[in-house]
Design a protein around this ligand. Structure first.
Ligand code: ZN
Length: 340
């Protein structure tokens, strides 16, 4: 455990077996409640005789498939079904979830950009510190459920975070989790090795972790909920924490990485972007990606934006309105399998 202390406290008794559904409490001294706290749902199921696996949802408050499925697990799983322990945090950034916002309305911060957090920092930093200092050290594996949120259409995918100093055994465990999670794409990523993300921070601690993108556009995707249920059940069975039947082979999942040079198409100016390609489409360097329109000036021809690299369209901006620097599209390309 960290010696930084924790301002977030919990009614969960870590030594107690069985099923506990409680909260982590984030102290918050607001205008109408000087000494109150904000409830972050937290559940623990199992007796600890086996691996401990943490699952978080709503690290971003506008991504819903994860919280829906984690809450299903909290309601449906009985301690006898768990071999080890599950720690379930369906609404990690509850203030953001209640505001349907990627970032917290309390401090404007993105929980996936403040790890390892600060127990005496802003509310979002306090939540990160609780996850980092109190939850991560209790865990053998970590699954962080995301979706594209309000601003992204994105392909279903699991991301394996690779850090420069990662032990090969930890990388292989994370890759194995992603293989059995079995999303359409497995994205091997070193930019999420950014320790400010929860998975990046976990990876830096030597914890096998995956993050998954299971929906998009700030909506609830019926397919995304179904797939989250299936993929999560498979990885929990593979980890042995919720045993279940597994096929002989993991499902097919295309291994990719973000195209390192030119894979992020950023808008060069303001306007309204009209993309020409669908998610999953193959594009070549120099292809027209779309048009940046100035809709209030009909006489002005739209600006043609071209891809700076070849690849497969992994994500696209949802909003038509576009400011300079907005991410319009991310491309991925095939990645070789790591030697197991
Ligand atoms: Zn997210």
């Amino acid at each position: 455990m960290s010696d930084r202390g924790s301002t977030v406290f919990t009614d969960i008794d870590w030594a107690k077996p069985g099923k506990q559904v409680g909260h982590a409490w984030l102290p918050y001294s607001g205008h109408d409640d000087a000494w109150g706290a904000i409830a972050l749902p937290l559940a623990v199921i199992g007796d600890g005789q086996g691996p401990t696996v943490l699952i978080t949802g709503a690290i971003h408050g506008d991504e819903y498939e994860g919280p829906i499925v984690i809450n299903e697990l909290i309601r449906s799983l009985e301690p006898a079904q768990v071999k080890g322990r599950l720690i379930l945090m369906p609404a990690a950034n509850a203030p953001a979830l209640l505001a349907a916002s990627r970032v917290s309305p309390l401090d404007g911060k993105n929980l996936a950009r403040v790890f390892p957090g600060n127990p005496f920092g802003t509310p979002t930093e306090q939540i990160a510190a609780f996850i980092h200092d109190v939850l991560f050290p209790r865990c053998d594996a970590y699954v962080d459920l995301h979706a594209g949120g309000s601003s992204l259409f994105i392909e279903e995918s699991a991301q394996v975070v690779v850090t420069p100093t990662m032990a090969p055994a930890v990388r292989e465990r994370a890759e194995d989790m992603a293989r059995w999670f079995g999303a359409k794409l497995t994205v091997i990523t070193d930019n999420m090795g950014d320790p400010r993300t929860s998975c990046g921070a976990a990876a830096h601690l030597g914890l096998a972790a995956i993050a998954a993108e299971m929906g998009e556009n700030g909506s609830v995707s019926p397919r995304g909920v179904k797939r989250t249920r299936e993929c999560l059940a498979r990885v929990l069975a593979r980890l042995g924490v919720v045993p279940g039947a597994l096929p002989d082979m993991p499902p097919a999942s295309r291994r990719v990485r973000i195209v390192p040079r030119g894979g992020n198409l950023l808008s060069p100016g303001d306007g309204y972007f009209e993309p020409l390609h669908a998610l999953g489409g193959t594009v070549q360097e120099g292809d027209v990606a779309g048009y940046l329109h100035v809709l209030t000036e009909p006489g002005l021809a739209p600006r043609e934006l071209r891809f700076a690299a070849s690849g497969t369209v992994y994500s696209q901006r949802t909003f038509g309105i576009t400011r300079q620097g907005n991410n319009l599209c991310v491309l991925v390309e095939d990645e070789a399998e790591v030697a197991a």
